[in-house]
Design a protein around this ligand. Structure first.
Ligand SMILES: *[C@@H]1O[C@H](CO)[C@@H](O)[C@H](O)[C@H]1NC(C)=O
Ligand SMILES: *[C@@H]1O[C@H](CO)[C@@H](O)[C@H](O)[C@H]1NC(C)=O
Ligand SMILES: *[C@@H]1O[C@H](CO)[C@@H](O)[C@H](O)[C@H]1NC(C)=O
Ligand SMILES: *[C@@H]1O[C@H](CO)[C@@H](O)[C@H](O)[C@H]1NC(C)=O
Ligand SMILES: *[C@@H]1O[C@H](CO)[C@@H](O)[C@H](O)[C@H]1NC(C)=O
Ligand SMILES: *[C@@H]1O[C@H](CO)[C@@H](O)[C@H](O)[C@H]1NC(C)=O
Length: 929
């Protein structure tokens, strides 16, 4: 079976007889051309062309029509009988039939009826279409010798002597004796081939050996396929020729004759140089010519048909003669031929195929013996590597149809013409022949068919050009996942696309691949942005992704943030992520402690994943409210020491002045102290209006010695301020370069209670007021400094007085205690009672007791009101301090003050007595009961 292009020529298969639904079976074609079938006569040949539209995809069976019979032409039978056929790559088929071939209805060597039946069947549809073609040719200009070199056979025919022309033909001899045993009638009897050694066989043997031999009314015809046992090769003037020589013995009406016949057909002589095919045929075609002959005519043709001068000129063909050769020149690529794809070593190659014809008529000098010599010579140029050009087209909006520009023909990085702003890679690959189909494209590692590629949005298109080539274009958006991205610079993205086109050459199914790599750079990076805020306790950081999405590393300080860091409340959606850091988080740094706040900061930045460029950063610093010292009314002080960034000390090693007082709790950034004001080396100082406790947090001395750089020293203080609402405020005084200390606040209470009796064990409670007393019934008062544990403090009652009204400044008023002593004018006798320690009383100096008798205010003997309120000015002082003149004890007066009498201007009391305070009892009601 010959497979040529899309069509298979079926020489030796009997076709199934099934017809296509729409086809017209057994269509008779008597006209010159019908529905894609065209037949004509070209000299001594009948030529039949079959259009590809009919044959494409089908298999073709050709049979000769001999009257009512159909003889299927196998390749051997075709060569023996003078038929040849050839298909191009698209299925265009040309069939030649020698007019002297078998089965041709030959009328006196002048009119020839050739009939062929073409059957096409589709391998998939199992349908058969049959066309019968008959063509009548007239050919009368027979030369005495005609030699025909067709694609698959050599044919030679001689005019043979008729009775009138006996003896005229040069190569015909008359033999007088007819062999006895032949018994033959007219016809060819014996053949002697020269190989060059003579080999004889009778006609039947020769036919069995594949030779054709025939007598027509005026000619003897011999035909031989190439390369048979009885042909031989010979080099003639540098051109290899296949030679066929035979002596044919035949019986003619006038007797037995012998004719010497010879054919010599070129099998070489083609040179392809600089895209020009030069076909050399020897001028002196030994053994066909003697030394002296003259060329009468020479013609060039294509596909069996002569061309005239202008046709040749328009195609750039030349026919010339040199001393030894006749030369035909044809430019490679001329439209009479066609290209065919090949893929040796999986590389794309093409070859050009064209079928020129040479026809020469010569005459032996001094005779009338003409020889017509005709060669049909299919030429296939050597395969040439066909560079595939990659063009990246400019895509500025609408798509254009591309011409191909060849520059970048290697599978390497090509100069990028893709306009990056369009963000699409556009590749055009070509030129390719029609017998190449794109099967798949390998993107990175994924192999996709053309359909799958289009479904994925990579537009794959085929572009056909009028010269019969095509190209393949592919559009791949930069953002496709098969495009690799890299950032050579912070704001520049380089996109890489790597493709491998998987092609197949049909119909032989030869695969080859073509890799293409593309690259484009674009300044298209939009950086992420960071914003941050704080509240009282936490940092809030929010990141808006840039063009590279979450392809980044977030760093908090030196630590890379991962979603697993749950304590940072990491949250992410497609466009943002956020996190929340407590200011105490370990990735923050403390910068400064101020009196009421801690300044902390967080260094947050975003890094490029692969090369650690900083894409964005935020250094967020906030002041967080922080009370580091607490002073409690019961004399407990607490202090928090904070390690700031500039100090290297370790919090756990810090101590108070008394180095045995270590932190109650510490970690690597905080130390927490809790101690009584009476311990840990706390220093107490009295000022005019304040009482100050002071201590210091520092490293033990011996450890400090070896230290370099800033050292930790934090003074903590509590001020006690006496004010009229019985609170004690305090603050600590900063003393250190850094950190500075802080202010705390607390309350220190003084209370006055009325006891039920002189034992001072039971007291009236708040709900008991107004307490009801008889006139002159004793009232037992106790004033107490609450909660303090400092045994050095003493509470002193400066002044006490009674009023009718709750308002301690109201008038009238009655003094009970004046300048810390009993009112000497008082007839209702005020008595101080000593205080001793017991289960309830821990520090007797914190408590004073006195009693007086219930009285009423009268005016003009009238009781003004049966209710009184008692108020006191209270002073708290250091019982042991010599310097503190005001703290001399209850009713211990210095000499110079002995006779001082306090004015009854209660309104002035207390307010400027800075370390004093005032307290009042609830109402005490006189009952007459
Ligand atoms: C062809 O037809 C001729 C005349 O009809 C006949 O003599 C000959 O045998 C046929 N040839 C074949 C091969 O059938
Ligand atoms: C065919 O045409 C295309 C586009 O014009 C061109 O690129 C290609 O080279 C041509 N091929 C041949 C063989 O002339
Ligand atoms: C892709 O096409 C090439 C050429 O036709 C072929 O050799 C190869 O097997 C194909 N690959 C896949 C995965 O189909
Ligand atoms: C992601 O979160 C940000 C802020 O937290 C918000 O502005 C944005 O709309 C959110 N986007 C989506 C897709 O939910
Ligand atoms: C003092 O008061 C504070 C706060 O109420 C408390 O935590 C502490 O234990 C008290 N100290 C003493 C010695 O009672
Ligand atoms: C007294 O102490 C209270 C509570 O600390 C405070 O609100 C008030 O202003 C103080 N009064 C004076 C006069 O300092």
């Amino acid at each position: 079976m010959w497979r040529l292009g899309n069509i298979s020529l079926l020489w030796n298969l009997m076709a199934a007889v099934i017809f296509l639904g729409q086809a017209r079976p057994n269509m008779k074609v008597n006209s010159q051309s019908s529905s894609g079938i065209h037949s004509d006569c070209v000299g001594n040949l009948m030529r039949l062309s079959l259009d590809k539209a009919l044959a494409v995809g089908n298999e073709l069976e050709v049979a000769a029509i001999n009257g009512t019979q159909y003889i299927v032409l196998t390749p051997n039978l075709a060569a023996q009988c003078g038929y040849s056929m050839e298909s191009d790559l698209w299925g265009n088929t040309r069939i030649y039939s020698s007019l002297l071939g078998c089965y041709v209805d030959n009328k006196e060597d002048q009119t020839f009826n050739v009939g062929l039946r073409l059957r096409m069947y589709s391998p998939t549809q199992s349908d058969v279409v049959t066309h019968d073609v008959t063509q009548t040719c007239s050919y009368t200009r027979w030369a005495s010798r005609e030699i025909l070199c067709d694609r698959n056979y050599m044919e030679v025919s001689h005019h043979i002597a008729t009775s009138e022309a006996k003896g005229q033909a040069q190569d015909v001899k008359w033999i007088d004796t007819i062999p006895d045993d032949s018994g033959a009638e007219h016809g060819i009897w014996k053949l002697t081939f020269y190989t060059p050694e003579p080999v004889s066989m009778v006609l039947r043997e020769a036919e069995q050996a594949g030779y054709g031999a025939m007598l027509t009314s005026t000619r003897l015809v011999m035909r031989s396929p190439y390369n048979t046992a009885e042909t031989y090769s010979e080099d003639v003037d540098g051109v290899s020729m296949e030679v066929f020589r035979v002596s044919a013995y035949y019986k003619a009406p006038l007797g037995l004759s012998v004719v010497n016949l010879a054919a010599a057909c070129p099998t070489g002589g083609v040179l392809v140089l600089n895209d020009v095919i030069s076909w050399h045929v020897p001028r002196r075609l030994k053994p066909l010519v003697d030394d002296s002959f003259e060329i009468l005519e020479k013609h060039m043709g294509i596909n069996g048909k002569r061309l005239d001068r202008s046709q040749m000129a328009s195609r750039g063909y030349t026919l010339s003669t040199t001393e030894f050769h006749i030369v035909i020149e044809i430019p490679v690529g001329s439209p009479d031929g066609y290209y065919k794809s090949h893929a040796p070593d999986y590389q794309y190659h093409i070859a050009y195929i064209v079928e020129p014809m040479l026809e020469v008529l010569w005459r032996t000098t001094g005779t009338q013996d003409d020889t017509r010599y005709k060669v049909l010579f299919p030429i296939t140029t050597p395969l040439v590597l066909q560079p595939l050009h990659v063009q990246e087209s400019k895509l500025s909006g609408r798509r254009q149809n591309h011409g191909l520009v060849g520059k970048c023909n290697k599978p390497v990085l090509c100069p990028s013409d893709t306009v990056p702003e369009a963000r699409v890679f556009s590749v055009v690959l070509g030129p390719l022949l029609h017998d190449v189909v794109l099967r798949n494209i390998t993107f990175l590692t994924k192999v996709l068919t053309v359909e799958e590629s289009n479904a994925r949005g990579f537009t794959v298109q085929e572009h056909l050009y009028s010269n019969g080539t095509k190209s393949i274009s592919v559009l791949v958006p930069f953002d496709a996942d098969i495009v690799l991205k890299d950032n050579p610079e912070l704001l520049v993205t380089t996109y890489f696309l790597s493709l491998v086109f998987g092609f197949m050459i049909i119909p032989e199914e030869a695969p080859f691949a073509h890799p293409v790599e593309l690259q484009a750079s674009l300044q298209d990076v939009e950086l992420p942005t960071i914003t941050g805020t704080c509240d009282q306790n936490q940092f809030y950081i929010s990141v808006k992704y840039g063009s590279q999405g979450n392809n980044l590393k977030a760093m908090v300080g030196h630590q890379q943030l991962t979603p697993e860091m749950a304590d940072y409340q990491f949250q992410e959606n497609g466009t943002h992520f956020s996190l929340v850091l407590p200011y105490t988080a370990k990735d923050t740094t403390f910068e400064l402690i101020t009196s009421d706040s801690l300044r902390a900061s967080v260094d947050f930045f975003l890094l490029h994943t692969s090369n650690d460029w900083v894409l964005a950063d935020l250094f967020l610093t906030c002041n967080f409210p922080l009370t580091t010292t607490q002073c409690y009314p019961n004399g407990t002080m607490t202090a928090t020491a904070v390690k700031v960034d500039s100090v290297a000390d370790i919090p756990s090693r810090l101590t108070l002045k008394d180095q045995s007082c270590k932190p109650a709790y510490s970690d690597d950034r905080f130390a927490y102290f809790s101690f009584s004001v009476a311990s840990c080396g706390t220093k107490r100082t009295f000022f005019d209006h304040y009482m100050l406790y002071e201590n210091e947090i520092a490293l033990p001395y011996n450890k400090k010695a070896s230290q370099v750089g800033p050292q930790y020293r934090q003074t903590i203080s509590c001020y006690y301020v006496v004010n009229e609402t019985q609170t004690v405020g305090f603050s600590s005084k900063p003393r250190l370069f850094e950190p500075t200390a802080e202010i705390g606040s607390g309350q220190l209470m003084v209370q006055m209670r009325l006891a039920q009796d002189s034992l001072y064990e039971l007291f009236y409670q708040a709900e008991d007021y107004p307490v009801v007393k008889y006139l002159r019934q004793p009232l037992y008062f106790e004033v107490e400094l609450l909660e303090s544990t400092d045994p050095n403090l003493e509470l002193i009652l400066e002044n006490c007085w009674a009023t009718l009204d709750e308002d301690q400044t109201s008038l009238p008023s009655w003094d009970i205690i004046v300048d810390s002593c009993e009112n000497p004018d008082d007839s209702y006798v005020t008595i101080f009672h000593p205080v001793v320690s017991d289960a309830r009383v821990l520090d007797p100096s914190h408590i004073k007791r006195f009693s007086m008798k219930m009285f009423t205010f009268t005016k003009d003997e009238e009781v003004l009101k049966d209710e009184i309120f008692v108020h006191c000015d209270v002073e708290i002082c250091d019982a042991h301090s010599q310097a503190d003149g005001s703290c001399r004890g209850q009713c211990v007066k210095p000499a110079h003050q002995m006779n001082y009498r306090q004015e009854r201007k209660r309104v002035q009391r207390g307010i400027d007595s800075t370390n004093q305070r005032q307290i009042s009892s609830g109402p005490i009601v006189l009952t007459s009961g």
